[in-house]
Design a protein around this ligand. Structure first.
Ligand SMILES: NC(=O)c1ccc[n+]([C@@H]2O[C@H](COP(=O)([O-])OP(=O)(O)OC[C@H]3O[C@@H](n4cnc5c(N)ncnc54)[C@H](O)[C@@H]3O)[C@@H](O)[C@H]2O)c1
Ligand SMILES: [Zn+2]
Ligand SMILES: [Zn+2]
Length: 397
């Protein structure tokens, strides 16, 4: 089959690789009809995530048709499914608490050492996201093997377009969990750093959960415009100073809750960000944590910090004193996608949530390297790239 493979920093290629096979009774094989490139994939593309190997198949946002099932899968051939990016067994201690992204069984034992060393406990399994998270082949391919297919994939109506439900695989539940983790109370003011897909869905979700005002922060005018369409007020950090603007807008109090939807590749000409970049270039650090530092400083005393953004390593200049002295709380984590999918599917079917506005480009799978480059180089206009294996090369031109 054809699949998008990783070969190093800024080097992804569509290669012919072996077709996936059923390995365990709970597996299913899905024929991909639509898959998307995520902001998290850019961290792989930029070479920030360790334990990648040349030839790894990428992709953790995908959906398609069930074409083969193991003896213990509950799926049936021909069903249309969306697959969560987190691989969870459904029966361990953490799955029992609906904390699916903390599953103890999704990540094969021989890949667990690095997680245990870095994080104290091994990470759960994720599709197409390094050997530290299980080394699973991802879904930017014609076919994918889905383990624990009786727990993960959600069956969606045949007549619903892929574009309406594809983002149930990751960014819609991630934006929702980000807002839920902000413990929003009616009337709250919520500030969101980053107007990528996660930030934009967090903004929609924050309003649905009762926020009175949402303030969106980014530097890409088009992304800020999208945020404004959902009713957010905008701060362009290249035109005004974010902290000062937030204080002005909240009568000097600060937002009740802050959401960091930027992550380890923060942009901007700020002293701490420049130091982080220098450290990264000398292999003395990995994460550029400007946005979470700023979010903590801007948050009101007693406020809540939600951090859907991905960070990988150890950080310095973290305002731990401010965090303690202001009495903040922080919630974060890879999204427990399986937990949120059913309710969010209903919200889509009932027309309460729209996800299609986000798709700026639809390309053939064969053109995936072009899609990565576009998403990387032009984040202002390229808000989300969807890849379709059955589109010919010509359709993408
Ligand atoms: N927790 C999870 O399970 C989960 C799931 C999906 C994505 N993520 C993470 O969420 C983050 C966002 O994902 P995305 O797909 O929206 O990514 P994205 O790269 O499309 O968007 C990030 C946005 O942040 C903006 N930004 C950069 N520096 C900024 C700054 N200093 N202040 C304000 N805005 C700034 C960028 O301009 C960009 O618009 C990433 O770190 C991604 O890895 C987490
Ligand atoms: Zn993703
Ligand atoms: Zn589990």
């Amino acid at each position: 089959m054809r699949a998008l493979t990783w070969h190093g920093k800024h080097d992804v290629r569509v290669d012919t690789v072996d077709d996936p096979e059923i390995l365990n009774p709970r597996d299913a094989i899905i024929k991909i009809t639509a898959t998307a490139i995520c902001g998290s994939d850019l961290h792989l593309y930029d070479g920030y995530i360790p334990t990648m190997k040349a030839g790894d198949v990428l992709g953790h946002e995908f959906m398609g048709e069930v074409v083969e099932v193991g003896s213990k899968s509950t799926l049936q051939r021909g069903q249309k499914v969306v697959v969560p990016f987190t691989i969870a067994c459904g029966s361990c201690y953490h799955c029992g608490k609906h904390q699916y992204s903390a599953c103890d069984n999704g990540n094969p034992a021989d890949n667990q050492d690095i997680g245990r060393e870095l994080y104290g406990q091994p990470m759960s399994g994720l599709f197409g996201y390094s050997h530290m998270t299980g080394g699973y082949a991802g879904g930017q391919a014609e076919y994918v093997r889905v383990p624990f297919s009786d727990i993960g994939p959600i069956v969606v109506p045949d007549d619903i377009p892929d574009e309406k439900v594809l983002f149930l695989s990751d960014i819609l539940p991630t934006g929702w969990m980000a807002a839920e983790n902000a413990d929003i109370e009616p009337g709250d003011t919520v500030a969101v750093w980053g107007c990528g897909p996660v930030g934009l869905f967090a903004i929609q979700s924050a309003f649905l959960l009762g926020a009175k005002r949402v303030i969106a922060i980014d530097h890409f005018p088009h992304r800020l415009e999208l945020a404004q369409k959902f009713g957010a007020e905008a701060i362009n950090f290249e035109e005004s100073k974010t902290y000062e603007a937030l204080m002005d807008m909240t009568g000097g109090i600060g937002p009740d809750a802050v959401i960091d939807a930027v992550g380890l590749e923060a942009h901007g000409f700020f002293v701490d960000n420049i130091v982080d970049q220098l450290k990264a270039s000398m292999f003395l650090g990995t994460d550029r944590t400007h946005s979470i530092r700023q979010a903590i400083l801007a948050c009101r005393k007693g406020g809540r910090v939600s951090m859907p953004a991905v960070y990988g390593g150890f950080v310095d200049k973290f305002p731990l004193g401010a965090f303690m002295e202001k009495g903040l709380t922080l919630k974060t984590g890879q999204t427990h996608v399986q937990h949120y999918m059913p309710a969010l599917l209903n919200a889509i079917v009932e027309g309460k949530i729209d996800t299609t506005f986000l798709i700026s480009h639809t390309l053939a799978l064969e053109d995936a390297p072009k899609g990565y480059k576009m998403f990387h180089d032009n984040q202002n206009e390229v808000t989300k790239v969807v890849l379709k294996p059955d589109l010919g090369m010509a359709a993408a031109e």
